[in-house]
Every structure is written in C-alpha cells, then in structure tokens.
Design a binder for this molecule. Sequence first.
Ligand code: DAH
Length: 339
Amino acid sequence: MKQALEAIRARAAGELAAAETQQALEGLRVKYLGKKGEVTAILKQMGKLSPEERPAVGQVANEVRAFLEAELEKRAAELKARELERQLAAETLDVTLPGKRRVLGHEHPLSVVLNELKEIFIGMGFEIVEGPEVELDYYNFEALNIPKNHPARDTQDTFYITDNILLRTQTSGVQVRTMEKKKPPIRVISPGRVYRSDAVDATHSPLFHQIEGLVVDRGVTFADLKGTLEVFVKQLYGEDSVVRFRPHHFPFTEPSAELDVQCFHCHGEGCRLCKGEGWIEILGCGMVHPKVLENCDIDPEIYSGFAFGIGLERLVMRRYNIDDLRLFYENDVRFLKQF
Ligand code: DAH
C-alpha cells in the first residue's frame, strides 16, 4: 500500500506539472482526492490492515494527501499568475499612439444667429413664445385684418389641410394667440417655421423661418418701435450700423414700414451684395392695427403697440455673405462647419 501511495505521488506530481488550465487541475483533484479518488480509495482500505501496519501507512497516506493538496494550490497560483500576465500583455496601452479625434457636431448657422437674436431681445425684456405651424385660417389671416379674398393673400399662398386649416405663412398669427391669452403689458418674440407654396430657387423656399415681435402697453408709440429696432440692429450688426425706415403696407399694422440697414459691404455706395441699392431690407414692422387689438379684446383707446416680422434666412445670408438659400437645407457638413 505504501508503494501504491508513492506511485500515486510520483504520477500525480507529473500530471500536475503538465496541467495547463484551472479546469485540468480540478480534474486532477477529483481524480486523486475526490470521493471516488485514488488516494481516497486507499484510505478506505486502511481498515483491512493490521494494527501494526496502520500507523505507518496512515502517515504516508496523509503525507501524500497533504502533498497533493499543496501542489494543487501551488499550480493553481502559477496558472493564475500566468493568466494575469498574459492579460496585461494583451491589454497594454500605447500612450504614444495619436488619439482618435472625436468629430463634434456643429450648430446650424440659422441657429447660431437665432440664438444671438434671442439673447438681444431677452436683454430688452422680451419673452419667447411659440405658436403652431399647422394653423387656423383665422389666426394666420382673418384676425390679422386679412379677410377671405383680400389681395394680400395672393402673395402668401400656402398648403391647405382643409379650407380652414393651413400651414402658417407667417409667424404674425402668434400675435393674436398671445393677446388672447395675455393682457398688456406684452413684450414677446416668437421664432418659428413658416410655409409658402413657392418653387425652390436661390432666394425662395417653401419652408423658411420668421421671428415675430410684439409689444403692447399703454402709450406705446412709433418712437418706441424705432428705438427698439435700432438697438436690435446695432447689437446684431455693430454699433456703426445705419438704419432707415421706409413706408410700406401691411394689413395688420398702421402705419407700417420696412426697415433697411445700410449695406455694410459698400456703406451705401451700391454693390453686388445689396444689388446696387446701398440698403438691405431686413424686416417689416408697424403699429398694431386697432382692429387687430379689438379682435383680441384689447381696447385700442387704452392700449397701443408695435409689431415686427424678421426673415431669419435673409438675416443669416447677409451676415455670412451666403448667396443661395438652398445651402441651409442640404445639410452638407462642408457648408455647415464654416460657421
Ligand atoms: N408677417 C409679415 C410677412 O411675412 C412680416 C411682418 C410685417 C410682421 C409687419 C409684422 C409686422 O409683425 O408688423 O411679410
């Protein structure tokens, strides 16, 4: 029996040294020390030995078991260390490799300028409000003093959902929606998309953006309109900007005007940018028509107000000297990342 134990010790030592995985080690543990293992089997037969032989064989058996347990543990630690080393080698970081540059998105030029414009008006105490793009004929036209069959509708043909529901042609309807909800003093701007059934070319698009402005309070005059818009233009285009108000007609304001900025490229001489005019038109404005105030239950004998509508695309085209409106909607990164 002693010999059998010694043979097991020698064989097991060899097999342990050759084991390459934790799984193989576990196999060997079961093979020798498990319930049905070889060493266990011998220990079970101890009872058959004479009382004289038993202590000596018992000692050897215990030694062999202790030896195997120790060797199993040692080999397991070796394998674990080797695995760790292999992992470390595989996962080394070469800190001298150039990094991968993350491509950041870019704010659209329309958003860049719109955000600037919002900041300017917020600075003057305006609130930002929104209105629906799918709008009732009433808000887009009727309440703004543009009844059915009024010629002003011809220049603002749009997409109709039903006879009375359409894609708004202007943000001016938000004026009415605001005055219905809120009583004076009112100081709001309302940026958003507007639609017209125009064919696409360098200066026309069926979708574009406007920013509506509305101020209503006691004693608001044309001087307030002029002062507010002049401050706006100077903040947007620089303190040395020159503006002029040119009489115009809008059904929902009286009197009405268009605001031109002196061309900052040629300073009024006339150039390609301003098409030889020396001036560039950037918005429509006027004193809110008494009828529009009445439509919103605001007494024109007590309150007065001014309104304006800015075309965002035009403002941005002038700011960056962009000559084709279509570039805004093509989402070509080579264009977008220039701003
Ligand atoms: N909604 C007008 C347009 O699309 C622009 C406009 C003009 C808005 C005068 C106004 C305004 O609020 O007072 O042509």
